[in-house]
Design a protein around this ligand. Structure first.
Ligand SMILES: *Cc1c(COP(=O)(O)O)cnc(C)c1O
Length: 366
């Protein structure tokens, strides 16, 4: 008997290239798109180590935990790093980026996270991209949490290195990821003696052995199951329509925000302004005197399938994450999450208006 997951025909170079082309269409990019065989941290780290070195002067924008990590890799690569950290309850502005350029005119690399699932904010990449182009700096973007939830347009925004993963709003596998690379980013990497070569982190190896050869022969055995899952997930997005998938995420975010405000009980949106709030996930601030971690644990005890989590690390006591992405970008997931949090608050003697929350969620779903 053949097993549906194990006894598969080999994944061909042609199929691999076709899946890359599908990702390129999703990003509306004419840049080279490379599928990388690992979780998104692989191209995120590979791109920084390839593009940055001791001569690099980087502006690293920190709006959540990933920005912190990029700063560590940049410093480790020998780059001079200027961090621009903004509070997690807001987004960075193009004006702040321009101020940093005025202060440090030698900046030639900018790293930015588009949307942060971990902190619930999203940054205005189109406006920031215009500032980065004026500066002439290389633009590196982590779009793992935004792709599928809101537009990601590397060409229109002047992004040189754009990393995506399928495991969030795309509703796909976590074991493969992709990066789009501009011509000038390839040139910079090729000229960088510190760029990884003959290494699992090496993007240049894949350029030489795969792209430059016309994508005729794969340099390694492909991660077959993940590639098939990625293809299926792209096909599902195409058939639903990417606009419809993004609209579902925007509705989930708007409905969660409206529902929480109507619920009351001291639970509030963590990101102050709706325009700074990510469509991929909504973060909430626990009422004063109540532990976010305990409220989430109680809510999950009532329904373990709810897309709820407490904030990471130091945020665990104050932040609740409603991860309404992928299959959870639905009215049912939002209603269920708010009802369970409202019940957990009520148990602790806090007044929460569950009926008003239900009406507000339905009213805000577009
Ligand atoms: C989720 C995410 C990643 C990928 O990391 P995992 O936690 O392993 O899924 C990278 N960047 C951002 C901004 C993310 O939200």
């Amino acid at each position: 008997m053949t097993h549906p997951l194990l006894d598969l025909p080999p994944l061909t170079a042609g199929r691999f290239a076709a899946i890359e082309d599908r990702v390129a269409r999703l990003l509306a990019t004419r840049q080279d798109v490379l599928i990388t065989q690992g979780e998104a941290l692989l191209p995120l780290e590979g791109a920084i180590r390839a593009a940055a070195g001791p001569g690099t002067v980087a502006l690293n924008v920190i709006t959540g935990p990933y920005g912190q990590t990029f700063g560590d890799w940049l410093r480790d690569s020998g780059a001079t790093v200027h961090d621009l950290a903004v509070p997690f309850h807001t987004a960075v502005t193009a004006a702040q980026v321009r101020e940093a350029f005025a202060e440090h005119p030698e900046i030639d690399f900018v790293s930015l996270v588009h949307a942060e699932a971990a902190t619930g904010n999203t940054n205005p990449v189109a406006e920031i991209g215009a500032a980065v182009r004026e500066q002439g700096a290389l633009f590196y973007l982590d779009a793992v949490a935004s792709v599928g939830a809101e537009p990601v347009l590397p060409d229109a925004w002047g992004v040189d290195l754009c990393v995506i993963g399928a495991q969030k709003a795309m509703g796909g596998p976590a074991g493969v990821s992709a990066i789009s690379v501009s011509e000038r980013a390839w040139a910079l990497m090729a000229a960088n003696p510190h760029a990884p070569r003959r290494s699992y982190l090496s993007l240049l190896d894949w350029k030489e052995r795969w792209i430059d050869g016309g994508r005729k022969a794969l340099p390694h055995a492909p991660a077959q199951l993940e590639m098939l899952a990625l293809d299926a997930c792209l096909e599902r997005i195409e058939s639903a329509g990417a606009q419809a998938v993004m609209a579902r995420h925007a509705s989930a975010a708007a409905a969660t925000r409206a529902g929480v405000t109507a619920l009351g009980g001291g639970l509030t949106p963590y990101v102050h302004e709706a325009r700074d709030a990510a469509p991929v996930a909504t973060t909430l601030r626990a009422p004063a005197g109540h532990s976010a971690r305990e409220l989430v644990a109680r809510a999950l005890a009532s329904d373990p399938a709810l897309p709820l989590a407490a904030g990471g690390g130091a945020l665990a006591e104050e932040m609740i994450r409603v991860n309404h992405y992928g299959p959870d970008a639905t009215p049912a997931a939002v209603h269920g999450s708010l009802a369970a949090l409202g019940a957990a608050l009520a148990e602790r003697g806090v007044d929460a208006d569950l009926a008003a929350a239900r009406v507000a969620v339905d009213g805000a779903w577009r």
